[in-house]
Design a protein around this ligand. Structure first.
Ligand code: APR
Length: 248
């Protein structure tokens, strides 16, 4: 692993326009469970029953009571870890420009990154299903379930549920930055959900170096990634960033 960290640090130290694609794995060390694999949320609850738009429209109170309230508690108590902080530091150093995140926890922005594409939205906001008004989750009164807007409409987290499309401006911009980056760091994603999982492929086809950081190999490892550094994102990113700083 040391050699790979050394090699990656050398690549990053000499690079500009590095983009990171992040998934749930980057926030595990912040106390937020992943979706898949051991201890994954989808092991406990059926995503089609609680995270699909049809399920929400059919019974919003059930989804609020058994999924969203739990997510809110977990996210309310989570803060950035060394991996988030390292990406913010790499932005300060002029290396990382943009983060495409599948996460709805807002931890990249809290850590200090300024250009974050929230591919699946952000849980910090709710959207009224009737008048489309956005409302901050922290100000939400959840003594009434489902919570309602002043227009009487039901609030839904401003996140992309299964069965919903990715906001077109996020998709377009992600494809743009993926096709022009020099290096793509792919951190803590199983790369099983599309179209997010296509971004490393677009980067690779455009000539970028694709580097995975994950506890385990993914569907990208064989076909798309130049190499994978296996381990915890927080530990690896911290070592990587201090090595980059040493080289600069
Ligand atoms: N450090 C690095 N990688 C980790 C860590 C860690 N500490 N912990 C877990 N991982 C890896 C796992 O090995 C797995 O490959 O992170 C990945 C998490 O994968 P998923 O749980 O599938 O999360 P993600 O890829 O973000 O899911 C994509 O699916 O459920 C939907 O909308 C949801 O955005 C989510 C999307």
């Amino acid at each position: 692993m040391n050699d790979l960290i050394q090699k990656t640090a050398q690549d990053l130290a000499g690079a500009k326009n590095v983009v990171a694609l992040t998934g749930a794995g980057i926030s595990v060390e912040s106390g937020i469970p992943p979706f898949r694999g051991p201890g994954g949320l989808w092991e406990k609850i059926d995503p089609l029953e609680f995270a699909h738009i049809d399920a929400f429209m059919k019974d919003p109170a059930k989804v609020w009571n058994f999924f969203i309230k739990e997510m809110k508690e977990i996210l309310d108590n989570a803060g950035p870890n060394d991996a988030h902080k390292s990406l913010a530091r790499l932005e300060e150093l002029g290396i990382v420009t943009t983060i495409i995140t599948q996460n709805v926890d807002g931890l990249h922005q809290i850590a200090g990154n300024t250009d974050v594409i929230e591919f699946h939205g952000n849980f910090a906001w709710q959207r009224c299903l009737d008048c489309d008004e956005r409302f901050e989750t922290v100000r939400l009164d959840i003594s009434q379930i489902p919570p309602r807007c002043s227009c009487g409409g039901i609030y839904k987290p401003d996140c992309v549920f299964f069965g919903e499309i990715i906001p077109p401006h996020h998709l377009l911009r992600s494809e743009q930055v993926a096709s022009t980056c020099t290096i793509m760091l792919v951190i803590g994603t199983s790369a099983e959900v599309h179209p997010a999982a296509l971004m490393p492929v677009i980067a690779k086809q455009a000539g970028a170096t694709v580097i995975e950081i994950n506890l385990e190999k993914t569907s990208l490892t064989q076909k798309t990634s130049d190499y994978i550094i296996m381990g915890k994102a927080g530990e690896i990113m911290k070592r990587l960033t201090s090595e980059v700083e040493r080289l600069l």
